[in-house]
Design a protein around this ligand. Structure first.
Ligand code: NDP
Length: 243
């Protein structure tokens, strides 16, 4: 099966590093016109040397700047809400600042960006596809991830309501829910061998995910090959969630 996204314009948030960068590269290789959005300019400059893409440097924590950047992205057919942060803290130790920052990037920015993109899709009447990068942490409790788990649980529900309301406009909305993935965020969050080995032991396939394994599922959900799939939250977890 070949995924052909030629003629489609794709906005990828958090495209500077990790999963988002890999998604941007894969979508470009599938023929999409990529708009790469992220916080650190150098990451986007180096990405633009590797693939053909437009770049937008913005901090999605700022709602006004997030909206403005999304409008600058122009008419979007495919949206990947990937930008996310994790600030590991116990439940009792979770600070208001960390909670608000996590919610503003992982959840509120998805609302802001998606509303603008989806309004354009509805006005143009051409349909579209949106994929939200959630996490296995939306479905199970993970110690020291209170704000993160809450943000991803809410993101799954936002995905379902978006799918319900946008479906009649031929806009599909789905989420992917990866296990630990070997990116800068994944390496940092699971660097303690005791924690890492405990998580690994719960994954039947016995390993963490690679960014490309997430990107391939995202490309499928964006493509016409998944035309009847709407509102799913797809685990990419080596079986972690079945145990
Ligand atoms: P990384 O930290 O490796 O990369 C995240 C990217 O998002 C970076 O380019 C970062 O830019 C950007 N970003 C973060 N905050 C903002 C912001 N406020 N405004 C604009 N861009 C921002 O993360 P991953 O690739 O690991 O994670 C990507 C997504 O996958 C996240 O939503 C995460 O929750 C999810 N996920 C990750 C897993 C993992 O184990 N890695 C597992 C399950 C889900 P900068 O570096 O400049 O801050």
């Amino acid at each position: 099966m070949t995924i052909d996204l030629s003629g489609r314009r794709a906005l990828v948030t958090g495209a500077g590093k990790g999963i988002g960068r890999t998604i941007a590269s894969l979508l470009s290789s599938c023929g999409a016109e990529v708009v790469a959005l992220s916080r650190t300019g150098e990451d986007l400059h180096s990405l633009a040397e590797e693939i053909s893409c437009e770049t937008l440097v913005v901090d999605l924590e700022n709602p006004v700047a997030a909206a403005q950047a999304t409008r600058e992205a122009g008419d979007i057919d495919l949206l990947i809400n990937n930008a996310g942060i994790s600030i590991p803290q116990s439940f009792l130790g979770t600070t208001i600042d960390a909670f608000d920052r996590t919610m503003s990037v992982n959840l509120r920015s998805v609302l802001i960006v998606s509303q603008i993109v989806a309004k354009g899709m509805v006005e143009r009447g051409a349909g579209g596809s949106i994929v939200n990068v959630s996490s296995q942490a939306s479905l199970v409790a993970i110690a020291d991830h209170a704000a993160y788990c809450a943000s991803k649980g809410a993101l799954d529900q936002l995905t379902r309501v978006m799918a319900l309301e946008l479906g009649p406009h031929r806009i599909r909305v789905n989420a992917v829910n990866p296990t630990v993935t070997l990116t800068p965020m994944g390496e940092e969050a699971w660097k303690d061998p005791a924690k890492r080995d405990g998580m690994l032991a719960k994954i039947p396939l016995g390993r963490f995910a690679k960014p490309n394994e997430i990107a391939q599922a995202v490309a499928f959900l964006l493509s016409n090959q998944s035309e009847m799939i709407n509102g799913v939250t797809l685990p990419i977890d080596g079986g972690y969630l079945i145990a």
